[in-house]
Design a protein around this ligand. Structure first.
Ligand SMILES: Nc1ncnc2c1ncn2[C@@H]1O[C@H](COP(=O)(O)OP(=O)(O)OP(=O)(O)O)[C@@H](O)[C@H]1O
Length: 705
């Protein structure tokens, strides 16, 4: 196979093997070329030249006329000032420009050009691909044709449009937009009269001309099939272009779909008609606590245990819309609301299905319990820059990363739940559920089923199908047990079993169900106190008290009052649609002086009160709740002191010391200035239980001698 290569403005013939690369290129010797040329390329006959002669010399053609398309092309060439006695191309683009123009068209066309060349091999033809402007992008052919082409600069980078080199199949096909063959003296330039060429424009799928394919060779070899072969090759190129465009479109649609798929907050799973998972988005994978990588290609039946209705849908064609269901993967249970839709082909057959679901977020039918709360607070949402708050935040952030159980202590309204959410959201369980339960608000007789769930028929009034408990709902995430100090004693032992065995048994059942839940408990009571009074199990206390975080009351971090005030003025005024432009400076003083028994919650309420009273745009002292401005009555020592019988004072002193030293008898006796035996005697006398078992002083390593 031979090719033309351009060295500056000179073309040279090279030989290129079929598996050509640069190293396999040889220059062709001159005598070999000359011999081949004289054998094949002969001039036109007088007859053939007559019409051309008439036109270029006399300006018109007499009978018999040449083809109309040719004559029109000649007119265009004449008007464009093309020299008929020229024909050697002088218009080239740079190599860089050529490289840039090659692109997809050349990539697609080259194999087809090679096939075409194989078909006409030995007949002296050269196959040429040009772009839409007429610049040759690639050419290949037999030696003689390539040699002949070299004389005309008919090679890559040369412009073969009509206005550059006169009437020729390439330029004319591009101009008229349809296939054409131009032979001998039909060419406008005399030097082209030795040639015959057939060219057809190449169109993209939208019908625009993107280039042209040409087959040129010696005039005597003109064959009425040449144009047909060229057109067939062009169709093959056009089909490849169409395929390429479809592929591109498909890739772009897939990318769009993938983005939509992963942008929605709902869980989304797609399956094919055999039930194999074809896609699963990140929220779905998170809810099921599985990795998408492990799911695609697997049968949905192996991955999920679904309720019967969904199962019927996936294996039949029943509509399934916004129905509540329980999804079970090998790692978790999720109570969801889901819909499923079939993907139907044009012929009505089922191609697969799309299944969407969101986790149930509903208020509990039981007081004090939420099935699941939005764990939307993060550490960054906790306002406070006082030293104590900074220390507390520091500790909580460290704890968040560990898997340990956390006990949050603090007065009401200090932000215990806020911290619990922030800990969950900073832990590696952040993608799992956060379930909040207020143990103090659930009636004792209901707490068991609330936490552990129940099976169908467990008791009168039990729901059909049973119900999941909070611990199961929190599987894979965290459960926030608020007001843990209020949990009934008999329930505490069950919770202890969960902590020890990491499994639950639903009410009315005897099957152990493994659960993987991090417990974050909170209380505003002194659990030491509760333990010593026998109201809280000591063993549970130690299980929960692995890491304790105490949130300081607002009165101990006055520096944060101003920050919180500004925060609440901004958020509350936005919420109620008021505009607070300025504030009487004395407000801060009053707020900082107040003792805030209700902590941050009380402050938020006070600001809400003030903003609601606001008329105009300045927040005034008079808008604050009156009780904030009242001075605390100054009490005398005598008034302040509660008079108690001596025995009670002694009892209280022992209890307080036991709580203070966490039950450490030696420390307590030292602090009270009495011996250990005396301490035991007094504890017995006043009926004070030690924090340890009856036989040992303590049961916990944390409370030792
Ligand atoms: N440091 C803080 N920054 C911002 N908001 C806070 C902060 N502390 C508390 N809050 C807000 O105060 C309110 C009470 O907080 P939270 O419910 O967490 O308190 P709590 O200690 O759990 O109360 P309780 O013991 O009564 O259940 C919430 O609206 C919370 O967003």
């Amino acid at each position: 196979m031979y090719k033309l290569v351009r060295v500056e403005d000179q073309f040279r013939v090279i030989e290129r093997s079929a598996s050509a690369d640069a190293a396999a290129i040889n220059h062709v010797s001159e005598p070999v070329l000359q011999e081949s040329l004289s054998q094949l390329w002969s001039p036109c006959t007088q007859m053939e030249r007559q019409f051309w002669n008439d036109f270029v010399r006399k300006g018109s053609v007499e009978t018999p006329p040449v083809r109309r398309a040719i004559l029109e092309s000649w007119e265009r060439c004449k008007n464009a000032g093309v020299e008929f006695d020229e024909g050697k191309c002088r218009d080239f683009i740079s190599d860089r420009d050529l490289e840039e123009r090659k692109g997809l068209l050349r990539e697609i066309s080259e194999p087809i050009m090679e096939t075409l060349h194989q078909c006409v091999r030995g007949s002296g033809f050269v196959i040429v691909l040009v772009d839409t402007d007429g610049y040759i992008l690639a050419s290949l052919g037999d030696l003689v044709s390539i040699r002949q082409a070299e004389k005309l600069n008919f090679g890559p980078g040369a412009n073969w449009s009509e206005h550059s080199v006169g009437t020729n199949a390439i330029g004319t096909a591009l101009t008229i937009g349809c296939p054409i063959e131009v032979t001998g003296a039909e060419h406008y330039c005399e030097t082209h009269h030795l040639w015959t060429c057939a060219a057809a424009p190449i169109r993209d799928p939208q019908g625009g001309v993107v280039g042209c394919l040409d087959m040129s060779g010696p005039r005597e070899k003109a064959h009425f099939h040449s144009l047909g072969i060229t057109v067939a090759a062009v169709r093959a190129i056009e089909e490849r272009l169409q395929l390429e465009q479809s592929h591109k479109y498909y890739v772009s649609v897939s990318k769009h779909l993938a983005t939509i798929f992963n942008s929605v907050s709902e869980g989304l799973i797609t399956i094919d008609n055999k039930g194999l998972i074809t896609g699963i988005n990140a929220p779905a994978a998170r809810l099921l606590m599985l990795h998408p990588r492990d799911l695609v290609g697997r049968s949905i039946d192996d991955v999920l245990r679904m309720d019967r209705k969904l199962n019927d849908f996936l294996h039949g064609s029943r509509e399934y819309s916004e129905e509540e269901l329980l999804l079970k993967s090998q790692r978790t249970y999720v109570r969801c609301v889901g819909s499923a839709n079939s993907i139907i082909s044009e012929d009505g057959s089922k191609l697969g299905a799309v299944f969407t679901f969101t986790k149930v977020r509903q208020a509990s039918s039981q007081p004090g319990a939420r099935h699941e709360s939005d764990s939307r607070f993060m550490f960054k949402d906790i306002i406070g820059e006082s030293l104590t708050m900074r220390d507390t935040l520091e500790k909580a952030k460290k704890v968040a990363k560990s898997p340990s159980t956390v006990l949050i202590l603090g007065e009401s309204g200090t932000g215990k739940e806020l911290f619990a959410q922030a800990i969950h959201n900073a832990s590696d369980r952040r993608d799992g559920p956060f379930v909040s339960v207020n143990c103090g608000a659930i009636p004792a007789e209901l707490i068991q089923s609330e936490l552990f769930g129940y099976v169908e028929g467990a008791f009168t009034g039990a729901k059909k199908g049973g119900r999941l408990g909070k611990l199961e709902l929190a599987n894979g995430g965290s459960i926030f047990l608020d007001e843990i100090g209020d949990m009934p004693l008999e329930m505490q032992v069950n919770l202890l079993r969960v902590l020890e065995g990491k499994a639950i048994v639903r009410v009315g059942d005897n099957k152990m169900i493994p659960v993987n839940v991090r417990i974050i408990a909170a209380t505003n009571r002194s659990l030491y106190d509760e333990v010593s009074k026998g109201r809280f199990r000591e063993d549970l206390f130690y299980r929960l008290n692995v890491v304790a975080i105490t949130i300081p009351p607002l009165r101990d971090r006055k520096g944060d009052v101003r920050l919180l005030t500004n925060h609440y003025i901004e958020t509350i005024s936005r919420k109620v649609g008021k505009n607070v432009e300025s504030m009487e400076p004395a407000i801060y003083g009053v707020l900082e002086a107040y003792h805030w028994p209700g902590n941050v919650r009380e402050l938020a309420n006070a600001i809400e009160y003030a903003v609601n009273l606001l008329q105009g745009e300045e927040l005034k002292l008079s808008h604050l709740p009156p009780h904030l401005k009242r001075k605390e009555p100054v009490r005398t020592m005598a008034e302040d002191t509660e008079i108690m019988p001596l025995a009670l004072v002694e009892k209280k002193a022992i209890e307080d010391a036991l709580i203070h030293f966490g039950g450490n008898i030696t420390k307590v006796s030292n602090a009270l200035g009495i011996g250990r035996n005396t301490l035991y005697d007094k504890m017995k006398k006043y009926g004070i239980r030690s924090l340890g078992s009856p036989h040992s002083e303590t049961v916990s390593p944390e409370i030792t001698e």
